[in-house]
Design a protein around this ligand. Sequence first.
Ligand SMILES: [Ca+2]
Ligand SMILES: [Ca+2]
Ligand SMILES: [Ca+2]
Ligand SMILES: [Ca+2]
Length: 453
Amino acid sequence: MKLYLIILVLAVVFAAGRSGGTEIVEGAPVLIKRVEPAAELLNAVGYLGDLRMGDLNGDGKVEFVLVRSTGGGMKPCELAAFDLDGRELWYVGSPGRQPSRPASLALHDIDGDGADEVIHFFVDPAQSKTVPAQSMADVSIQIRDGRTGKLLREASPPELRRASGKDSDWLHQRLIVANFRGNSRPRDFLVKLGPDLLAFTDELKVLWTYKIAWTEYGRHTSYTPAVGDMDGDGRDEVNGGFYILRPDGTPRWSGEIGEHMDSVIITAWDNGNIRAICSGYGHVLDRDGGVILKLGRELVPHGQEVRVADFLPDSEGPEMIIRHQGHRPDVIVVTNKGEIAHRFSLNSSPNETGMEAIYWNGLRKTALLYNGGVLWNGDGRRFADLPGLPQPIGQVKMGWYHAIPANVFGDEREEVVLYNPWDRYIWIYGPSSSGQFKGYKAGSRQYNARIMD
Ligand SMILES: [Ca+2]
Ligand SMILES: [Ca+2]
Ligand SMILES: [Ca+2]
Ligand SMILES: [Ca+2]
């Protein structure tokens, strides 16, 4: 507690210095905590690798699990759990290298007992010598007890083992928590393995599979599909940009509607209607693929990232911020009436990705946009630089600060949890606050954090 206070005071002093020595404005960012995992968890590589957060023991405080991989970064071989003070909770596997991100790891309370389980792929080193990186023949899916790391379930069904793919379409094997069966809480999950979508139950049974028809670079579907209930029946649909699937994996619609379908969402858009948001050419679709909005190729030649939140206080409902020219800092802000409200350039970050909506002022208030260590207002005014955050280290364009929005300290406003996979620290920034923290509660913004597209 003492150390925490010292860090807080230092951060406040630093923030004051950055803003020219004037007094701290309400909501100005402060570094609440910098987490450094115990040295033995960094192994010889000295960096985190990919990371997820959750409540592994149900005590209302956040813990972390890091993952490193083999097989060209695609096959997790090492997991380590640690708490906010960097203390090791458990470790399994053998030393790996930097995983391709987002790695196949999700923290979610799949059995509803208040503590998160760890769902992940894991390679069998005995088999991996003969299996190429573009194959899953040596990989199993596992569920572990978050408290101890103990293996609860493991499966290696033929649908997983025979999956293979190529090029960038094979990367980004994110596990996405979903509710396909209409349970009282999400107990299923989804993964895209190149051209194959696989849906699993909490028993690790394959619920369904779907074969994607588009796999060429620039013309393939979203790296990470999105899940959400588009018709209000309590079961999630899937949006992959070129397809919308029913909860049983059959298509409601499919079609090639734009190049560079890098980023997709299912969320409320116009008058509370739940829509499929698709970055390629800036599309908003209804649940049958009907076009609600199309910004078009001229405006959005390469829709790299799209985020939807209430970014503008004077415009009713949510807006879309879309990074519209690929790996560049240019964004446009579009209202749910289809009007372009603002165009501006974000600060540059090494990979020119990683923007995220942050409910910095509270969940029902205007959101900010995080990008590369800076918080932006939706109208293009720079809100604040996060004080004390060093320049990212790591390989060219690969070392940058990945963001998870979460309420972990202070009052009920969201903080931003940052990590660079090539560095050793986790940085938690929040609005300066004297409010009461009522405990961490995970939602889809944490267990299905975007991190990157
Ligand atoms: Ca905890
Ligand atoms: Ca649990
Ligand atoms: Ca539904
Ligand atoms: Ca908070």
